[in-house]
Design a protein around this ligand. Structure first.
Ligand SMILES: [Zn+2]
Length: 374
């Protein structure tokens, strides 16, 4: 891992120098020359699988491609900061493309490293594409396996369509009245987190004890976030397998987190993370997930379309025009589903403001201003 960081930074430096000297980007030929020379000077690199080295150079190339794109963007008058790609303080991951590894039931065999025991959390289905070994701050090792599925199940009409409202009281309220929860961080867990964090600040900077305290804190923080992540995986898995069409709000999480009162609750509920999971799980489950403009979904009557003020404290939507009375979140979830299918009758028609989705892809409404841009 240490080695891959060194090479990454070395190549970055070479590329930077090359750019300063010539004003141009480097070619693959030049990159390979740098690698060869570097390997000659650092014999320990012969121990690293060549494909993994190739991956390091691919990452440098990518960083530079993005850099040049930013430079070009600036010429076109876009306001953008153009900085050189940054040097890595630590590259604690190493990716093996296609070959160079073998996955067994309880072990992975990595070329030039050897066999490592590992705990397989999820069964891998489909063609294995790459394998990444990663070291976390608490010095644990993770293996991430990327797979490509050959024949995703096709979009099926058999299951229901649903709109989802994501909230704080209830994690997800569905337009069919189902309510789903995500695990919440308990007060006890939060206190422990705080204590561990205080433990760090009490130790002298640079000391061994401080390092230990940092280790204890990261370990616990990772544990908590893993619990929550697992629960989101299960929830999204469950949803894409139960419905054929899921509409959700493109939430402006960044904008909401700026609002301090809600900040903690929102970042904890990790909505952005969740909708991403929905999207990428949708395809293989034969489901379509669509993000819609979140504007006024809570303030609009799902019965007659009347727009009225709805302060956060108001838990029931009582329509001033048609008299409809519905739970606030349920009303919103119905609006979200409507928005994704608007303007057409028939169960799988899409409105003018929504492009027909690709399998499992996000479809943003045209002209959305408040959505999350990724
Ligand atoms: Zn109404």
């Amino acid at each position: 891992m240490q080695l891959s960081k060194e090479l990454y930074n070395h190549l970055l430096e070479k590329a930077q120098q090359h750019f300063k000297d010539t004003g141009k980007t480097f070619t693959k030929y030049e990159m390979n020359k740098w690698i060869t020379r570097f390997k000659r000077e650092h014999l320990e690199y012969n121990e690293i699988y060549s494909q993994a080295l190739q991956n390091v150079s691919d990452r440098v190339s990518k960083a530079y491609k993005n850099f040049f794109r930013r430079v070009k963007g600036k010429h076109n008058g876009k306001k953008q900061k153009v900085g050189f790609p940054r040097f890595r303080k630590f590259t604690s991951s190493l990716t093996y493309p296609q070959s160079g590894f073998k996955i067994e039931r309880k072990r992975v065999e990595l070329s030039k490293i050897g066999r490592i025991n590992f705990v397989n959390h999820r069964e891998t289905e489909g063609m294995v594409k790459t394998l990444t070994v990663k070291k976390t701050k608490s010095q644990e090792w993770y293996v991430t396996i990327a797979v490509e599925k050959e024949n995703p199940t096709r979009f099926s009409n058999e299951k229901e369509m649903v709109g989802i409202d994501l909230g704080i009281n209830n994690y997800a309220t569905l337009s069919d009245r189902t309510v789903k929860q995500n695990i919440k961080i308990t007060g006890k867990q939060r206190n422990r987190m705080r204590r561990l964090q205080q433990g760090i600040s009490r130790k002298t900077k640079g000391s061994r004890n401080r390092k230990k305290a940092i280790y204890r804190f990261s370990k616990y923080a990772e544990h908590i976030s893993r619990l929550r992540e697992d629960s989101l995986h299960k929830l999204s898995h469950n949803l894409v397998n139960s419905y054929s069409f899921i509409a959700y709000e493109e939430l402006d999480v960044a904008g909401m987190v700026r609002n301090h009162r809600l900040a903690k609750a929102i970042s904890e509920s990790s909505w952005g993370n969740f909708t991403q999971l929905l999207q990428y799980k949708a395809e293989s489950a034969g489901c379509v997930a669509v993000g819609v403009n979140p504007q006024n979904t809570s303030k609009t009557c799902s019965g007659c379309g009347n727009l009225q003020e709805m302060p956060l404290s108001e838990r029931i939507f009582n329509c001033e025009k048609c008299g409809m009375s519905k739970d606030r979140d349920l009303n919103a979830s119905i609006n979200i589903l409507k928005r994704a299918t608007e303007g057409h009758s028939g169960s799988h028609a899409f409105g003018d403001n929504v492009r027909p989705p690709h399998m499992g892809a996000v479809v943003k409404e045209r002209g959305t201003t408040s959505g999350v841009s990724r």
